[in-house]
Write a new protein. Structure first.
Length: 140
């Protein structure tokens, strides 16, 4: 279910725009990115909330990392050690970025664009990258 929702978001559901806000190399040496998702419901959608925006953070998984190429059915145990905002809820390819990524969203019940702003998501990506580096070290 999560994967299908993200696929729809990436393809650009009506009223959802996706923008790369930042791409960088983390201190742990992984590529990272923050995307901004903005939903502006069509005028003919009465009762829907006004425009919503949220950030999602992603860290690219190198081909040599044990997380590379995970699919949902075998990822739960492998990714359970990672502690990031709301948990890992994405793994796969992104339309706007190259490579295989794992990520998280800041679109939970109590999240707002102000509390989960760009700086916060950057810090969470850095934390995620540090944990991924430790996982690589543990594999030895």
């Amino acid at each position: 279910m999560i994967r299908e929702l993200w696929d729809e978001l990436e393809r650009g559901m009506e009223g959802i725009n996706v923008e790369v806000k930042k791409q960088w190399k983390t201190k742990a040496g992984f590529d990272a990115a923050v995307l901004l998702y903005a939903y502006d419901p069509p005028d003919e959608s009465p009762g829907l909330a006004l425009q919503q925006q949220w950030h999602c953070g992603y860290v690219r998984v190198p081909e040599t990392h044990r997380f590379y190429g995970l699919i949902q059915k075998n990822a739960i145990d492998a990714l359970s050690s990672l502690d990031v905002h709301g948990g890992i809820n994405f793994m796969g390819m992104l339309r706007l970025l190259t490579g295989y990524w794992i990520g998280f969203d800041c679109h939970h019940d109590r999240d707002t664009i102000e509390t989960a702003d760009l700086d916060y998501v950057i810090r969470e990506c850095e934390r995620l990258a540090e944990q991924m580096a430790k996982e690589s070290e543990n594999d030895g």
